[in-house]
Design a protein around this ligand. Sequence first.
Ligand code: FES
Length: 357
Amino acid sequence: MAQNENGSADVVPTTAPTGAVVGTAVVPADTFENPGLPPHRPRIVDLDPKKKQRAARFVVALFWVSVAGSIAAVFAYMFFPIESGNVEDVRNNTLFVGLAIALSLLAIGIAAVHWGKAVMDDKEGVDYRHPVRGTEETRARALEVFKEANEESGFSRRTLIRGGLIASLVAFPLPAIALFRGLAPMDVDPNDLLKHTMWKKGLRLTQDPTGNPIKASDVTIGSAYQIIPEGLVDLPEHEMLDEKAKAAVLLVRLKPEDLTWSSEERKSWSYDGIVAYSKICTHVGCPVALYEQQTHNLLCPCHQSQFDIANECAVIFGPAARPLPQLPITVDSEGYLVAMSDFTEPVGPSFWERSTS
Ligand code: FES
């Protein structure tokens, strides 16, 4: 190996296995020999034929244990019938049939592994990888076939047919795009539909799913509530689900001094440390409902976006592009929590015509 006077490696021409000089390469100064594979060590069963016999008997025994397990599963099914519908019978049936099948499978698995490791011949071999690239003949033939196909089909020659084919393939997905229109009613602008929710001034915050209103004094520090608008539970089911998908809110109480606000107006949207944020993730709309009390973080389980409740639900991790919208809240004369207005921005995933109006 060549080294210069500074002790570093020299740049030397290298030679390809074919003997041709292919350029230069840095020869590292600390190359070492490939140690190869460690020497083969015989197993205990290879040294002692009695032990090998014992291992073989053990494998056979395990296979028969598996047979016994399978038969036991059939008997368990007969001895614990589920036809009565009685919970106790169903539980016993599930338990004993499950145990017997598990025993049967486990025994087959252990027997197979033990057979391979202790009874089968212990030979070591080396499989060399073959080059993935095809041979020159194969590649030439592939090119030939491609050219033949082009020639026979006239793909390059027949421009009208080719144009028609491309046009039909481009047009084919269009119905799918048009069908998306059916996701929103025809008589309502989809943008309006997404921009507004059921919340409005004076509407009480109620617990999901009971619909019971909630007083500020009932919300203790550190607690979190799933909230829906008052009256939602009285809507027809399909309407209720549509509205709930947009209006669901998570209510949390923190110490007021733990909350930071970008403006006095935002601060007035909370009540004595109680804040309400949309539960619909701004990434692709999963419910964000995992609240970590110590860090005040909200986690969306779908793609792990995290929002900092103490800081206006700013995104601190993950693919969500904007904070969870805040629902301005206050209390009414009876101390119940009420909304001050609808959300001031669209809830849920961002969409192409989103604006804050
Ligand atoms: S939907 Fe919440 S992170 Fe993707």
